[in-house]
Design a protein around this ligand. Sequence first.
Ligand SMILES: Nc1ncnc2c1ncn2[C@@H]1O[C@H](COP(=O)(O)OP(=O)(O)OP(=O)(O)O)[C@@H](O)[C@H]1O
Length: 251
Amino acid sequence: MSALIAARHLTTHRPGTTDPILRNIDFRIDPGEIVTVVGPNGSGKSSLIRALLGHMPLAQGQVDRRPDLRIGYVPQRVQLDTAIPLTVRRFLSLPRRVSAAAAEHALQRTDVAGLQQRQLSQLSGGQFQRVLLARALLHDPHLLVLDEPTQGLDQPGMVAFYRLIEEVRRQTGAAVLMVSHDLLVVMRSSDRVICLNGHVCCEGTPQHVSTAPEYRALFGGEAEGTLALYRHRHDHDHDHVHDHHDCAAHH
Ligand SMILES: Nc1ncnc2c1ncn2[C@@H]1O[C@H](COP(=O)(O)OP(=O)(O)OP(=O)(O)O)[C@@H](O)[C@H]1O
């Protein structure tokens, strides 16, 4: 099966310098996969997403996107001036106008049906994230790219949101590329995890990454939780996904 996006030796620099943000990254995402990028603050997660989408120049390497690829993107920071009145309906029609029926269908998919006439400023954090996801789904994407989609949500809200993403993948067959800080939830809902710190520290199934020394060195005590998850979930089936790197050998 051909990759939706594939990158080889991707290297990016801080603008105007030769100071690398990302070094020599190999990456691919296939149709229907859920791939999550984790890493500490400043490790280059958003930069990787932007470079893969062609929003940031490469210093070296190459990125290939499937020519017909439709992407639904939720960027990390969505800045809205809440002083400007804007209904959900109008927001969904920016920049491309959609019919009321298409808007309602997308809102139904993300469990916020009936909110079209609501002002954006009157939505809860969880509702707003769902509206953003609905907007990303409007043009029937092959790939959803979500940069920290659960920021501002509480633990139950976060869990519910990841369930929703899995459900959307099941319904639409779209692949999902996410950045997240919610290690435990990520480990439960991803097919593959990429642990980034300027370079790919380790990569593979959630189970593989959670036991990798590089991941544990980066996340310390927090990593213990995800490891415990796998100690208690031996029945979890990720056999269909192959690990791409041996973390220990990578260094
Ligand atoms: N436009 C830019 N100009 C200068 N430096 C930048 C720019 N974009 C990113 N950087 C730097 O690149 C590094 C990686 O930033 P990036 O936002 O990709 O990290 P991140 O892993 O997404 O971080 P976080 O978890 O905090 O969102 C940081 O040191 C950041 O300051």
